[in-house]
Design a protein around this ligand. Structure first.
Ligand SMILES: N[C@@H](CCC(=O)N[C@@H](CS)C(=O)NCC(=O)O)C(=O)O
Length: 203
């Protein structure tokens, strides 16, 4: 039987979201290594699969392709069941609330500052100061929620935890100190444990 294929760069949090979800749901898949920095997402062959030129990309066994990390998590959760997307409409909408928030208010600051510092080697004085300020605001928002519930969308692990773990666990590489925000380190450890992430390998 043809398997799912996941095209991704192992250093990318967005790509790890797809990988962690497939592994958590025991889905067998083939991983296709893509090097974003080398421009692998802009080859003619890759653009034929995803005209947006981005990873992660999920290719279904029937050949249909899906991009956007959070859409991939939700699709796999919907097809393969499990607890990641709650059945109750309001609880599910709460998961979506956090997924949209992650893409608009968290990832554009925390992932981008990390990329510019750790991958492009930029100096702090050359970075847009809004990245630090808005990233810290996002971490504070998460800490506020985690003061009330053990997981980001409530009492159980959901797709929202996977999406937010990806860049929060490497926020220090972007110059953020998660220890400043009560409950964040404990939540990171809890979700890593639930997902069975090998902390040494996936750093
Ligand atoms: N919102 C998208 C962002 C995807 C994205 O930015 N992917 C980056 C790697 S993390 C990429 O493919 N960059 C290559 C490029 O844009 O040329 C998602 O969540 O999947």
């Amino acid at each position: 039987m043809t398997k799912y294929r996941i095209y991704g760069d192992r250093r990318s949090g967005n790509c790890l979201k797809a990988r962690w979800t497939a592994e958590f749901l025991n889905i067998s898949y083939e991983w296709v290594d893509i090097d974003v920095v080398k421009g692998d997402t802009h080859t003619e062959e890759f653009l034929a699969l995803n005209p947006s030129g981005q990873v992660p990309l999920l290719v279904l066994p029937d050949g249909r392709a899906l991009s956007q990390s959070n859409a991939i998590i939700l699709y796999l959760a919907a097809v393969h069941g499990g607890p990641l997307a709650p059945a109750d409409p309001f609880e599910r909408a709460k998961v979506h609330e956090w997924l949209f928030w992650e893409q608009y208010s968290h990832e554009p600051y925390i992932a981008v500052r990390r990329y510019q510092k750790a991958f492009l080697g930029k100096r702090d004085e050359d970075l847009d100061p809004r990245l630090l300020a808005n990233g810290r605001r996002a971490l504070a928002r998460m800490a506020l929620q985690l003061g009330a519930t053990p997981y980001i969308a409530g009492e159980r692990l959901t797709a929202a935890d996977i999406a937010l773990l990806a860049y929060t666990r490497v926020a220090h590489e972007g110059g953020f100190d998660v220890e400043e925000f009560p409950g964040l380190s404990r939540w990171i450890a809890r979700v890593e444990r639930d997902l069975g992430i090998d902390v040494r390998e996936a750093a």
